[in-house]
Design a protein around this ligand. Structure first.
Ligand code: HEM
Ligand code: HEM
Length: 225
């Protein structure tokens, strides 16, 4: 069996239980954390006055933002190979359509934000070095031979794209989170549960739990004499 076939079979063991695979879950929470951090940190950077501290803050912003581009490529590849689970919330109504539309916005932002950030960084007069996660050197986009006016134009467009995607995220993240909580607490659907790491639960009425409660220990009878 091919590697892709073996991975699909392994992931089906999870998706058939209405759960995302552990790889899908890891992608989700690592990227959710990074994106939320970037939104807060990017906002903080924009308030600093020009100078060394602001530059350093933007270096942190790019070091944390570039891994999102790499993770997005991995996640998209994974998602195209491994279909998501079908869960209680998949009812083909407007809510499912809205959820899919929001997922598309997220994927566009995963690519568009780092790419526009990278373009901004590369279009300034003397771009400083970029590092993936602060350690792996990352190249600049080849804008250094372009006329200055073209570079300003790129900077302008990239800045607009960056801001538009930030606003799009700020609009859809609350909808996504409120919908997840509503399905969990109000409708009692299994959709949020499927995106959380599996926690063995002795009380789980379903058979899927691998954790079995221990038998109570029966004290050994001691032989007389
Ligand atoms: C998902 C990843 C990212 C998110 C959520 C994000 C978010 C933000 C936010 C909230 C701001 C402040 C508002 C604004 O001016 O637009 C900002 C500004 C900025 N970001 Fe990002 N960012 C991300 C990735 C990156 C990357 C990878 C880079 C560079 C390689 C970058 C470079 C910049 C720059 C240069 C600015 C200043 C823009 C300006 O002067 O108007 N960003 N970002
Ligand atoms: C506390 C916050 C969050 C909760 C409770 C949450 C919950 C969930 C749940 C339950 C799903 C499965 C939905 C379904 O199958 O239709 C999901 C999917 C998804 N979430 Fe979140 N989420 C949160 C934050 C975020 C953030 C901040 C992002 C983006 C930066 C994000 C991006 C996604 C994406 C792209 C999917 C689709 C899964 C895939 O196919 O890759 N989530 N989320």
């Amino acid at each position: 069996m091919s590697v892709a076939g073996a991975l699909r079979r392994w992931a089906r063991g999870h998706t058939e239980q209405s759960r995302y695979s552990p790889v899908g879950i890891a992608f989700h929470w690592v990227m959710a954390f990074l994106v939320l951090f970037q939104l807060g940190w990017g906002y903080y950077c924009s308030w600093l006055t020009a100078g060394g501290e602001k530059l350093l803050a933007y270096q942190v912003h790019s070091a944390v933002g570039l891994p999102i581009l790499v993770l997005a490529l991995g996640r998209l590849g994974w998602r195209m190979m491994i279909p998501g689970p079908v869960n209680d919330a998949d009812k083909q109504g407007w809510q499912t359509q809205a959820a899919y539309a929001i997922h598309y916005v997220f994927y566009i932002a995963f690519f568009g934000l780092p790419l526009s950030g990278w373009a901004m960084w590369s279009s300034i007069a003397e771009p400083g070095p970029l590092y993936l996660a602060g350690v792996v050197p990352w190249p600049q986009l080849p804008f250094d031979q372009l006329p200055l006016t073209t570079r300003w134009w790129i900077m302008d467009i990239a800045e607009d794209v960056h801001l538009a995607l930030v606003i799009a995220l700020l609009a859809v993240i609350p909808l996504h989170v409120v919908a997840a909580l509503k399905h969990h607490f109000w409708d009692r659907h299994d959709v949020l549960r499927g995106m959380l790491p599996e926690i063995p639960d002795a009380e789980d009425p379903r058979e899927e739990t691998k954790h079995k409660p221990r038998e109570p220990r029966i004290p050994q009878e001691t032989a007389p004499g």
